[in-house]
Design a protein around this ligand. Structure first.
Ligand SMILES: NC(=O)C1=CN([C@@H]2O[C@H](COP(=O)(O)OP(=O)(O)OC[C@H]3O[C@@H](n4cnc5c(N)ncnc54)[C@H](O)[C@@H]3O)[C@@H](O)[C@H]2O)C=CC1
Ligand SMILES: N[C@@H](CC=O)C(=O)O
Length: 382
């Protein structure tokens, strides 16, 4: 019997390589601060990831509140110009149909909006095979019925929902808390400065001789605030983060259970966003007075606290307050846009686990969203 070596042409080998790669099809909604960083991060890491992890990350849809660009074979570096030229008005169902008609598999919906109505689409995306990744906090802070129904749907469809950036932007916080809780560690309190923008604002305002409005303006320009900065200043954004953490601990709280100190003067609360932005200077005098009346060697911190009896589903107390703390305390020593989370648990006693770092910013947040996409991609089978 004779044996012969069959030579496989190089081109064919390369094609086999391509076939082996797992293609992940991503639809991104929202390309403002976070979303546009995310798209650019994915495009610039795509080749490296393809080489190192055998993953082909394919963004087949990019949408904002007005138009969508659908491209079966993914976006190029010039996606924004292409979208401006050929983006179309759309409804989210068209993205689902596009994925179906082109037989796209391994689907991920990424929500980088701050929109409360967009989250109503999650269920139909899951129904149609999409995993969910979200920097938008709304779906996790609507009423508990919505929260539970979404999770039931995800379980029945064997889909994942990751939202690490909902609290602490790119910091590995939610994952840590989930693991501690799942492994039976009793978390007894979570306290800290949860807002990157308010951290930046009060760090800067306490240290520098600048008006409150100019510091707030810098926070907006740096992309730290919510699309409407009043969501930060009224405490809703911090309240949402507190509620998200409470629910990770299986506590049965609703948003209305949180006691929040609103920092916006009453007559600026109900005006349009544009009018608010034109009247920022009205915040200067009230905050200058607060600063003057502060105890010596103290600084302001906007502190969120989840405490009470966390062993009972309805035993938690959730508060968000502007607090004066000594400059040389852990909270007082915060710098820049850092957030800090002190996690107290039974085993760790009086010395909390502390997670600290940039709590806001488009690049770090996009990196966190990217991490969630990769976590899901790794678990896909084909
Ligand atoms: N900026 C930060 O440091 C962090 C932001 N986040 C979250 O990231 C999300 C995005 O924040 P930014 O990028 O700063 O906001 P942004 O205002 O810059 O961008 C929002 C984008 O969403 C789009 N959009 C709004 N409604 C939409 C809809 N119904 N369908 C499709 N697109 C829609 C807008 O057109 C825009 O492109 C927010 O939910 C925010 O809470 C989370 C962690 C940190
Ligand atoms: N506006 C938020 C951004 C992240 O969620 C903050 O300031 O922390």
């Amino acid at each position: 019997m004779s044996t012969a070596t069959v030579e496989i042409p190089l081109e064919q080998l390369i094609n086999l390589e391509k076939i082996k790669k797992k293609k992940i099809n991503i639809a991104i909604f929202g390309h403002g601060n976070v979303g546009s960083h995310l798209v650019n991060q994915i495009i610039s890491s795509k080749e490296e990831i393809s080489r190192r992890r055998d993953l082909d990350l394919n963004i087949f849809a990019i949408a904002n509140s007005k138009t969508v660009l659908l491209q079966q074979n993914g976006l190029s570096k010039n996606w924004l110009e292409e979208k401006t030229e050929s983006g179309k008005k759309y409804i989210p169902e068209e993205v689902i149909s596009f994925a179906k008609n082109n037989n796209l598999q391994n689907l991920i919906l990424v929500d980088n909006t701050a929109d409360s109505s967009f989250v109503q689409n999650y269920s139909s995306f899951v129904e149609n095979g999409f995993h969910l990744v979200s920097s938008n906090k709304i779906a996790n802070t609507l009423d508990l019925n919505f929260y539970k129904e979404l999770r039931e749907k995800l379980t029945s469809k064997k889909r994942q929902y990751l939202y690490e950036t909902n609290v602490g932007a790119g910091l590995p916080l939610i994952d840590t808390i989930k693991l501690l809780h799942l492994s039976g560690e009793n978390i007894t309190r979570i306290r800290g400065v949860f807002s990157g923008s308010l951290s930046y604002i009060f760090n800067t305002f306490s240290e520098e001789d600048r008006s409150f409005s100019s510091v707030l303006k810098s926070a907006i320009d740096k992309g730290f605030t919510e699309p409407d900065p009043r969501e930060d200043l009224c405490g809703n954004d911090v309240g949402r983060k507190l509620l998200i953490l409470a629910r990770e601990l299986d506590l049965h709280n609703e948003f209305d259970d949180i006691s929040i100190q609103n920092l916006i003067p009453k007559d600026l609360r109900n005006v349009s966003k544009e009018e608010f932005l034109n009247r920022l200077q009205e915040l200067d005098v009230p905050f200058q007075i607060k600063k003057k009346n502060q105890p010596k060697d103290c600084v302001f911190r906007y502190v969120a606290d989840l405490h009470g009896d966390l062993s009972k589903e309805t035993g938690a107390i959730l508060t968000v307050n502007l607090t004066s703390v000594p400059k040389n305390s852990m909270l007082g020593a915060l710098k820049g846009s850092d957030s800090i989370f002190e996690i107290y648990t039974e085993s760790y006693g009086d010395n909390p686990i502390v997670i600290q770092g940039a709590g806001a910013g488009a690049a770090v947040t996009a990196r966190g969203v990217f991490g969630d996409i990769l976590r899901i991609s790794d678990k896909e089978h084909n």
